[in-house]
Design a protein around this ligand. Structure first.
Ligand code: NAD
Length: 470
């Protein structure tokens, strides 16, 4: 199959006028769709459509928006099977994970649909009443990565709509098909121009960041790109939410039941073949359990069935793209050269497709690239420690601060260590769990702002103080 790619501007599907590109299935390396990216003039048209639509969308009532967003969720639900299959073909993940992604998209849509936008009472006295009201910003641009493409598009688009903004979205050029289908579905329910889609990579991304008709950029992707967006966005003081890279550390405390935690550690490290921003990416294990936990993780890794995400029985799909595949190979080879001991995987699978098995690397520590850099793939370095303060120091010795975790039976001790980790979310006896009602975001080079919950919703609004003298 080869699909023709398009843009969606003001309710109409149109062909791009920019450079040609193909969408590749990472399991086969075959092109499954082709088309042209948007030109900068087409981005201007999409922004103009969104600005026009904002004039009426901003006036819809909370109740109307809630009802319409539930209708959007119904339509996603009705198209769930198609969306999941598109995700597998362009992103690579096994079908059950793609189904989970679509399920998450529906759940997040319904949760945001029902969220109330609070009015804050600041003073209510004899002479005065002061209230804080939340107003939409205008046009929100969403720029998404290729790892959880549908889920992240929903995370961006739905709260923007709930708060009365209109949207121009730009999916990753590596995985645009599911977002295009999503935006078509949304356009079946909402008025033309409320949600628009353009394709493209760096050129269109930079034009979005600098566009005077866009009021906010919500971006999920790498830290260098986020820094570039921030630099380009100053002209009209765009509001920014930046969800960037991470290199999450986990600390396993002495006394932990290895058999009880190994599966959870494996699944949260290798979620989506390790291509998850808040996956567990560095594992610090106390000396007393190091060998036992390494052996158990290797056993779980070796039991994975690596293959095409649509094939029956596959538990582990390919890496999404050639660059990322190359990066994982390079980091594992470097770790081997620095004394890393391969306990599972350690080399790509021969043949077509970007298949790299789950790889556990022992006997490495900070200072080795696989530990220091965000590998964003199926390779987990396991680091031995004997002193807990040293483990905390090594965990924090990192420019990123997205997530972190502590694993152990003594919850008071785990809590006290958790509070010392420099990251936006810290889990105890878990990792990588994101929930629609728990704000999520990074510190240090992992980002600015939060998504999810009321705090996330309010990032799509401007606070207006109404100071009324009675
Ligand atoms: P990327 O930064 O290469 O690309 C992300 C998006 O930005 C794509 O749509 C791309 O076309 C666009 N883009 C590229 N150059 C641009 C520019 N100069 N201006 C504006 N947009 C531009 O990231 P990626 O490789 O697609 O995604 C992987 C990264 O995303 C990892 O670092 C991962 O940790 C991060 N991520 C973070 C979160 C989070 O919530 N913090 C979630 C998922 C992924």
């Amino acid at each position: 199959m080869s699909t023709e790619l398009s843009l969606l501007i003001n309710g109409d599907k149109v062909a791009g006028h920019g450079a040609a590109f193909d969408v590749i299935n990472p399991a086969t390396e075959a092109a499954i769709a082709s088309g042209r990216m948007a030109s900068v003039e087409q981005l201007d048209q999409a922004v103009a459509a969104a600005r026009q639509a904002f004039q009426s969308w901003r006036k819809t009532s909370d109740a109307e928006r809630t009802a319409l967003l539930h209708k959007v969720a119904d339509r996603i639900e009705a198209n769930a099977d198609e969306l999941a299959r598109i995700i597998v073909q362009e992103q690579g993940k096994p079908l059950f994970l793609a189904q989970m992604e679509v399920g998450g998209a529906i759940a997040w849509t319904r949760y945001n649909a029902d969220l109330e936008i609070p009015v804050k009472l600041i003073e209510d006295s004899e002479h005065k009443r002061i209230e804080g009201h939340r107003k939409p910003l205008g046009v929100v641009a969403s720029i998404t990565p290729w790892n959880w493409p549908l889920m992240i598009a929903i995370w961006h688009i739905i709260p923007a709509l709930r708060t009365g903004n209109t949207v121009v979205c730009k999916p990753s050029g590596l995985t645009p098909l599911n977002t295009l289908r999503l935006v078509e579905i949304i356009n079946e329910v909402l008025p033309a121009g409320v949600v628009n889609l353009v394709t493209g990579e760096r050129e269109i991304g930079e034009a979005i960041s600098a566009h005077s008709g866009i009021d906010k950029v919500i971006f999920t992707g790498s830290t260098p790109t986020g820094q570039n967006i921030m630099a380009n966005a100053s002209g009209n003081l765009k509001r920014l939410t930046l969800e960037l890279g991470g290199n999450d550390a986990a600390i396993v405390l002495p006394g932990t039941d290895v058999d009880a935690v190994a599966e959870g550690i494996f699944q949260t490290a290798f979620l989506n073949m390790g291509q998850t921003c808040a996956a567990l990416k560095r594992l610090y294990v106390h000396d007393s359990l190091y060998d036992a936990l390494c052996a158990k993780l290797a056993e779980i890794a070796n039991a994975q069935v690596v293959g095409d995400g649509l094939a029956e029985g596959t538990s582990f799909g390919p890496v999404q793209n050639a660059n990322q595949f190359q990066r994982v190979k390079e980091l594992v080879e470097d770790a081997k050269a620095r004394g890393g001991r391969i306990l599972s995987g350690g080399a790509p699978v021969d043949g077509k497709g970007y298949f790299y098995p789950p790889t556990i690397v022992a006997d490495v520590s900070n200072g080795v690239r696989l530990v220091d850099e965000e590998q964003f793939g199926p390779a987990l370095p396991v680091i031995r420690y004997s002193d807990i303060d040293e483990a905390i120091r090594l965990a924090n010795d990192c420019p990123f601060g997205l997530g972190g975790s502590v694993w152990g039976p003594d919850l008071a001790q785990a809590n006290s260590i958790a509070r010392q980790l420099e990251c936006g979310t810290v889990w105890i006896n878990g990792h990588a769990e994101v929930l629609p009602h728990a704000p999520f975001g990074g510190c240090k080079l992992s980002g600015v702002g939060v998504e999810f919950g009321v705090e996330g919703l309010l990032e799509y609004t401007q606070l207006q103080i109404v100071n009324c003298n009675r």
